[in-house]
Design a protein around this ligand. Structure first.
Ligand SMILES: Cc1cc2nc3c(=O)[nH]c(=O)nc-3n(C[C@H](O)[C@H](O)[C@H](O)COP(=O)(O)O)c2cc1C
Length: 180
């Protein structure tokens, strides 16, 4: 069985997550590879396709949204699984609405249909000194909009990682279970 993990990553954490997941599938005896979506990978020969992205403002990056849209007819015929890589992995509730967590994957799951067998948000990493000026500006605006105190802001702006290889291997195991 051939598995491909196609990822979109701006600062590298989703790339590492994709490599960890691929490693686990290879250890289980699958023919497993991972590919940056920017290389426009071919997936018609694959039996299982994982699609993952860093989460930016509750969504996948535009490059992988475009890849899914452009290849939707093929992707719908394959078993697929989705993952996002984010700083906040759980669902939370604010002003009558639920946000975050696997809810962020619903729009892609709805496109892929019933053969989409698993989806999870996995822990990512954020190091402010590595971010582009535009991303720093976007985050500062967001922190202002949710009225973070200076202390909370400083805490969020310090280098933080939630990356966890065990979590990624557990997700691979969950997919294996769903494959039956
Ligand atoms: C501009 C910006 C917006 C972000 N939006 C979210 C978000 O909505 N939810 C979240 O949990 N993390 C958010 N993050 C954190 C990223 O999802 C996290 O750093 C992730 O590991 C990035 O993946 P990458 O390194 O593969 O690009 C955001 C980060 C930046 C810079």
């Amino acid at each position: 069985m051939k598995v491909i993990t196609i990822y979109a990553s701006k600062y590298g954490s989703t790339k590492t997550v994709a490599e960890w997941i691929t490693e686990r599938f290879a250890l289980e005896g699958f023919k497993a590879e991972c590919a940056d979506v920017e290389t426009n990978p071919m997936c018609f020969g694959c039996d299982l396709i994982l699609l993952g992205s860093g989460i930016y403002s509750h969504k996948f990056l535009p490059s992988i949204e475009q890849y899914i849209a452009e290849n939707i007819n093929l992707l719908m015929t394959k078993k697929t699984a989705l993952f996002g890589v984010a700083m906040r992995t759980e669902t939370f509730f604010r002003k009558g609405n639920a946000y975050g967590g696997a809810i962020m994957l619903e729009r892609y799951g709805a496109m892929l249909g019933q053969k989409c067998i698993a989806g999870k948000i996995l822990g990512g990493e954020m190091v402010f000194s590595r971010l582009s000026e535009g991303d720093v500006h976007r985050l500062e605006k967001f922190y202002h909009s949710i009225a973070l105190s200076e202390a909370e802001k400083a805490q969020r702006m310090s280098p933080r990682t939630m990356m966890d290889k065990k979590q990624c291997w557990d997700f691979a195991e969950e997919i294996l279970g769903a494959l039956g």
